[in-house]
Design a protein around this ligand. Structure first.
Ligand SMILES: Nc1ncnc2c1ncn2[C@@H]1O[C@H](COP(=O)(O)OP(=O)(O)OP(=O)(O)O)[C@@H](O)[C@H]1O
Length: 646
């Protein structure tokens, strides 16, 4: 866990300004804080952390062999841990003695919960978490080459090409965090580590917070003095949001290029005064490019709304300069040579490659909507469109691509807790399978003794476009809501009869957090995705025909995950329904936990009946569905595979 303060900010000694190891958490519950000022070392909670035993055994019987000490912060000590296969990790070790009060416990749990939900190439990977009698261990991917802070201590300053390479990785990770509504709030050189391949990894989520809604703000004053944004110092009056991370990127960029943070001063109160006035300058004896100054000035805008957002930073001209292909280990000890002379063409390639590795999939300077437009309307489109399985008149010129060929998993692993928790959905899946099975056996029983479900037509997916090789899977529901299940596993759902759209933020193993926004005044972070949603909406409206007639919205429902096979596409909805679009253009939806079945004919007529009815009669009453019972059998098998996790 990281430095935590409650207001007002207390003066700290000079050694505490930048390095996490020197920043003392000021706990509101601790008595005698002021008297203890002279004994800062004692105050460090990490000091309570004893060296773990040489073998740590987890509850599920895994043994980890403790290795060397890696470092310590204000709260935790970090040790190497080796598993039985010889794989080495870093174990962030927190003494139980230091988490006695509820607030500290809650903060540690929040750190674990947030960190556990993250997976990104430039974020320290969370592996496991366990405890013994004395410590809590957070097992992390090992970053054996220390942090940017240590690098800067040795190097004093880094070159602009190196800083560009660092920043793209940092921006990639922050873009990912912000897309999940996570604010890091303690970004600093000491929290950005090098992995064995010298890739940067952001760590320490002790101050991170997930914003419950776009408009909500945080009011806790926290951070590390040199990196604190001016609006944080405004405390309860102003509140703060994602822009504090952007400010910290500006501080880090300045520190990397100039050698010290811009507002550095001996007295922490002087730092705060300088931050509030944005009182910094570029020393003439440490020249940097004008492009770098422009970006730093914008990142350090006093008004948070004047700072570029995480999607805009990489469009600055500074990134057009010389750009290396990687960070070499030699950079840890000395200035690498030749980095200023990389050709323009090579730099452009390196920049693009670095962005791709950092998960920034929008090619530079190109609006995603333009890419979509050119892809979907070019002569040889790369889009995956639903040729054989789609509603009637999809343009036949588009070729269908098997997701396996693209190296993507067929199943998007999607959890939901919005309209239903993942636990509930798994339960529904299991019950649906069990019920279909039971009904197959009971089709000879007397129907008048059975409890029959009510049979209104369910919410259906009426159009879809699979563009998951680039952005995601887009669909329109028969209530006219438009959804995009983005490749980052978040969903945008635009509600057709209002100005609102829902951002459904995926949290691994937990489901989704729902944030409602205005579509006419979307938050800046959401604009790009919203443009994509709008583009898909227009595309589907002008190119695809509907599966079924419009229905009013009876519930808010969206696509949990989809599965494509040669014979059908299966949609699992967050209301527990399963829709199957067969390649002969007949669609079947199973609802009411397997008790009701809907058929949608190729000419869009929908009818819903108790499943037992259809099983008894062998087909639907008014329409002959080809191979009806085989289709139901296929559906049962597909749901069974989901129920038993394939
Ligand atoms: N994944 C890792 N690989 C190697 N060393 C690590 C790793 N994570 C942390 N460390 C080392 O452990 C130290 C303490 O970790 P961390 O900063 O996460 O603890 P903390 O007590 O929360 O810090 P803070 O004082 O900033 O709150 C780091 O400074 C670093 O030296």
């Amino acid at each position: 866990m990281s430095t935590v303060r409650t207001q007002p900010l207390q003066p700290l000694n000079n050694g505490q300004l930048n390095a996490r190891t020197n920043v003392t958490p000021i706990k509101p519950t601790r008595k005698g804080k002021e008297e203890d000022k002279g004994k800062k070392k004692k105050e460090k909670l990490s000091a309570l952390c004893k060296t773990p035993p040489s073998i740590v055994r987890t509850r599920n019987g895994r043994d980890y062999r403790r290795g060397t000490f890696l470092g310590e912060g204000g709260f935790a000590r970090c040790f190497q841990m080796k598993d039985s296969s010889g794989r080495i990790y870093a174990a962030k070790t927190v003494a139980k003695a230091s988490i006695k009060n509820e607030k500290t416990k809650t903060k540690l749990l929040s750190e674990i919960k947030i960190h556990k939900s993250l997976k990104h190439a430039n974020i320290v990977n969370f592996v496991d978490c366990f405890e013994d009698d004395i410590n809590v261990y957070i097992l992390l991917e090992i970053c054996p080459n220390q942090s940017l802070m240590e690098l800067l201590k040795v190097r004093k300053r880094v070159t602009e090409p190196e800083a560009r390479f660092f920043l793209v990785q940092i921006v990639g990770a922050i873009q990912y965090l912000h897309s999940r509504r996570v604010i890091h709030r303690d970004l600093k050189l000491g929290n950005i580590f090098f992995d064995p391949e010298m890739n940067l990894k952001i760590g320490d989520f002790g101050l991170a917070s997930v914003l419950p809604s776009t408009d909500s703000r945080k009011y806790t004053i926290c951070g590390t003095p040199n990196y604190i944004a001016p609006e944080v110092l405004g405390g309860k009056n102003t509140g703060h949001s994602f822009e504090v991370d952007i400010w910290a990127i500006g501080i880090m960029m300045y520190a990397l290029l100039i050698g010290k943070p811009p507002f550095q001063a001996k007295d922490v109160q002087v730092i705060y005064e300088r931050i509030k006035k944005s009182d910094y300058s570029f020393p003439p004896d440490k020249p940097i490019s004008d492009e770098a100054k422009i970006l730093i000035n914008d990142l350090l805008s006093l008004n948070p709304l004047h700072r570029p957002n995480v999607n805009e930073i990489l469009n600055y001209d500074w990134f057009k300069g010389s750009f290396p292909d990687k960070t070499h280990e030699i950079s840890l000890s000395g200035t690498p040579e030749g980095l200023e002379n990389i050709s323009k063409a090579q730099s452009a390639i390196n920049f693009t490659n670095t962005k791709v590795s950092a998960g920034i999939y929008t090619p530079r300077n190109k609006n995603p909507v333009e890419i979509l437009r050119s892809d979907l309307h070019s002569e040889q489109p790369r889009a995956m469109l639903p040729k054989s399985l789609s509603p009637g008149d999809t343009r036949s010129k588009y070729q269908e691509v098997d997701p396996y060929q693209l190296g993507r998993p067929r199943r998007v692993n999607f959890n939901s807790s919005f309209s239903a928790s993942i636990k509930y959905l798994n339960q529904v899946c299991f019950e649906t399978y069990q019920n279909i099975r039971k009904l197959e056996y009971s089709k000879y029983d007397r129907i008048d003794t059975m409890e029959l479900p009510s049979c209104e037509n369910p919410t259906l997916i009426s159009k879809w476009v699979d563009y998951s090789n680039k952005y995601g899977f887009s669909y329109q529901l028969n209530n006219n809501d438009i959804g995009v299940l983005f490749n980052d596993e978040n969903t945008f759902l635009k509600l057709h009869d209002s100005d609102r759209f829902l951002e459904l933020i995926y949290q691994e193993n937990e489901g989704w957090t729902c944030i409602e926004n205005s579509a006419s005044h979307p938050p800046s972070q959401a604009r790009r995705q919203l443009e994509i949603v709008d583009f898909f909406a227009k595309y589907m409206n002008s190119n695809l025909s509907k599966v079924s007639e419009n229905e009013d919205r009876k519930e808010t429902v969206f696509l949990r995950r989809y599965t494509r096979t040669a014979d059908y596409i299966m949609f699992e909805m967050t209301n527990g329904n399963f829709q199957f679009n067969f390649k002969d253009h007949h669609k079947i939806c199973i609802s009411k936990n397997g008790l009701a079945i809907t058929h949608v004919s190729p000419n869009r007529i929908a009818q819903t009946h108790p499943l037992i009815f259809i099983l008894k009669q062998g087909n639907f009453p008014s329409t002959e569905v080809p191979d009806c019972l085989e289709k139901i059998h296929t559906i049962k098998d597909a749901i069974k595979r989901k129920a038993f996790k394939e």
